[in-house]
Design a protein around this ligand. Structure first.
Ligand code: GDP
Length: 591
């Protein structure tokens, strides 16, 4: 059973762990004596916490670790204790699934009493969906084993936990240093009849792997067999919930692409017919489809996940700098990584006082907020109440985790109607017998949609056509598409009105999608595209295959573009564009 131990620094977490190890005789032979002897040698007093440090050091020699993992066993079962040194590590481990705790021990120093962190940690435990918690009131020796002190903490902290919706299984008065009520009952605390820490651990329910829930497997990687002519790929990942069997119809989200499971390869196990939550597996598929890392495998027969670009979430903020609107962050959920912005703060709560306000525009350090996040492109996730694992996310800024939380609600976005159609299209899609990478190899290029946009006066068409000419000369499979070519043909049945813009964009994107599937570099010229237009196009075309280019000195819409070409001579603009495509690996740079 996996247990996480939390609490304010110096309240005695490491001592509790050290004691549990020693008193259950789970330490390596001679370890205790060795540490004692070392302490004596350095004439410093022995601490049980040193045991943990020593074990950590040994682990750290092998691999880098975020949290120490310590094993011990009671007469009932084996335990893995995660000692998370700080908030960030705790969040990171819980959310990324590096380690998932089924229960928590929260340590409070009897003398110091309930601290801010005691409350924050309690709140985090609740937010992460850990329902089993025992509160350890430590250092009872320092308060003369006084029942009054203990009772006051029970009342105060019990009321707090009640507010965040956790019912602790027990409060236990202990002295970790002396080993009182850790594994053995203490004679110092005759007024206490409840369980020892070890009893409390043994009384936790072991949570079964969530096999009953819908099948969810974030795609970690897609490997190709390298042998000549072998087109099989292995879709690898760890199953977060549910189970999958050979022959099952699987749908990947957010793309909505469908296939059937041909084989299940499990790591270090014989080939399996079925795999379930907790396993790391590789699936090979009946029909070969293109799916990148970050998609989520699900079963067609089960409830589908949420797919959207807007999420209402409960979020913890730990960054020194507050979380603000307008700034870009990175959201990691499952294996998906996507640029995210804070769209709106609905409510902010101080995690330790639980004082709420709805008047704030930013989320400060240690706040818990309910807010709306706007993602750069759609992802697949679940709501916390349905499938906890695939509802958890972290927010990264500057390569560091700054916060984390859970998805409460998938909000609709402007592209929702387009997305529904695209999901159906992908579901019904009949894959070509030629693999996209074979086309790419033959044509010596990657399929791409180059959107050349800009002000009305700018020579977008000139640039786009010149690029087409240049690439064609180079032997590329390239095609210029003016927006008019679509407007009066594919769009002949709809009026050119603002309210039809979404549909115009959808059709343009569908045309582009076909051409990209054919392996073509498609150059589209269109006046003043907005970010909204791009969002719609991204819904129907693989976002990674799109390059946006703005021709002109000033960008007059809210479009975020990949390349800006200031007004000027067309040949220079084309050279820069070509270099950009080379940088992006769309065409080959021969040096
Ligand atoms: P952590 O930061 O929560 O891991 O705390 P430690 O386990 O390192 O303990 C912090 C300090 O409190 C150490 O000096 C311990 O010896 C001391 N300590 C831990 N438990 C007890 C206890 O039951 N009684 C007393 N008097 N001191 C304790």
């Amino acid at each position: 059973m996996n247990i996480v131990i939390v609490g304010h620094v110096d309240h005695g977490k490491s001592t509790v762990i050290g004691r549990l190890l020693a008193d259950t005789h789970s330490l390596p032979e001679g370890k205790l004596e060795q540490i004692r002897a070392q302490c004596e040698l350095n004439s410093k007093p022995f601490e049980y916490a040193f045991l943990l440090d020593a074990l950590k050091d040994e682990q750290a020699q092998g691999i880098t670790i975020d949290a120490a993992r310590v094993f011990f066993k009671s007469q009932l079962r084996h335990y893995l204790i995660l000692d998370a040194p700080g908030h960030i590590e705790f969040l990171k481990n819980m959310i990324t699934g590096a380690a998932r705790a089924e229960a928590a021990l929260l340590v409070i120093d009897a003398q110091e009493g309930v601290q801010e962190n005691s409350r924050r940690h309690g709140y985090m435990v609740s937010l992460l969906g850990i329902t089993q918690l025992a509160v350890v009131v430590n250092k009872m020796d320092l308060v003369g084993w006084d029942r009054g002190v203990f009772d006051r903490i029970v009342t105060e902290y019990g009321a707090f936990l009640d507010q965040v919706g956790i019912k602790p299984s027990c409060f236990i008065p202990v002295s970790a240093r002396g080993g009182d009520n850790i594994a053995d009952r203490s004679a110092q605390l005759p007024w206490y009849q409840g369980p020892t820490v070890l009893d409390a651990l043994d009384a936790f329910r072991s949570e079964p792997a969530p096999v009953e829930l819908p099948f969810r497997m974030p795609v970690q990687d897609v490997y190709k067999f390298t042998k000549q002519g072998d087109d099989r790929r292995i879709v690898a990942g760890t199953i977060d919930s549910g189970a999958v069997s050979v022959g099952d119809s699987v749908i990947f989200y957010p793309s909505g692409k469908k296939s059937r499971v041909k084989t299940i390869e499990a790591f270090n196990r014989p080939v399996q017919r079925r795999a379930e939550a907790g396993w790391s597996v590789g699936l090979t598929l009946q029909e070969q489809i293109y799916i990148p890392r970050g998609e989520m495998a699900t079963l067609e027969s089960q409830p589908r996940p949420q797919v959207t670009t807007r999420l209402r979430v409960s979020l913890f903020w730990l960054g020194k700098a507050p979380m603000v609107t307008k700034k870009e962050y990175l959201l990691k959920l499952g294996t998906a990584r996507v640029t995210v912005r804070l769209e709106e703060v609905l409510r902010v709560m101080d995690a330790s006082t639980l004082d709420a306000t709805d008047q704030r525009k930013v989320i400060k350090r240690h706040d818990v907020a309910e807010c709306v996040l706007k993602l750069d492109r759609a992802i697949a996730c679940d709501l916390a109440e349905h499938v906890a694992a695939t509802s958890r996310f972290v927010i990264v800024d500057d390569f560091e985790i700054r916060g984390g939380g859970i998805v409460r609600e998938a909000l609709s976005d402007r592209q929702a109607s387009v997305r529904d159609r695209v999901l159906l299209r992908n579901y019904k899609w009949e894959p070509s017998s030629v693999q996209p990478e074979h086309r790419a190899e033959k044509y010596n290029q990657k399929a791409a949609l180059i959107l050349v946009t800009g002000e009305h006066e700018a020579d977008r068409k000139g640039v786009a056509k010149a690029l087409e000419g240049k690439l064609f000369e180079d032997g590329k499979v390239v095609y210029f598409l003016g927006i008019g070519n679509v407007l009066y043909g594919v769009d002949a049945d709809i009026e050119r009105k603002q309210e039809n813009r979404l549909e115009h964009m959808r059709r343009l994107a569908e045309v582009a999608n076909l051409m990209l599937d054919a392996g073509i570099i498609l150059v589209v010229a269109a006046a003043e595209l907005t970010q909204d237009d791009l969002e719609v196009i991204k819904t129907a075309v693989e976002p990674e295959w799109i390059e946006t280019v703005w021709a002109g000195d000033s960008i007059t819409t809210d479009l975020v573009c990949d390349l800006q070409l200031p007004g000027g001579a067309v040949p220079e603009a084309v050279d820069r564009l070509k270099a950009h495509l080379q940088d992006k690996g769309i065409i080959f740079r021969p040096w």
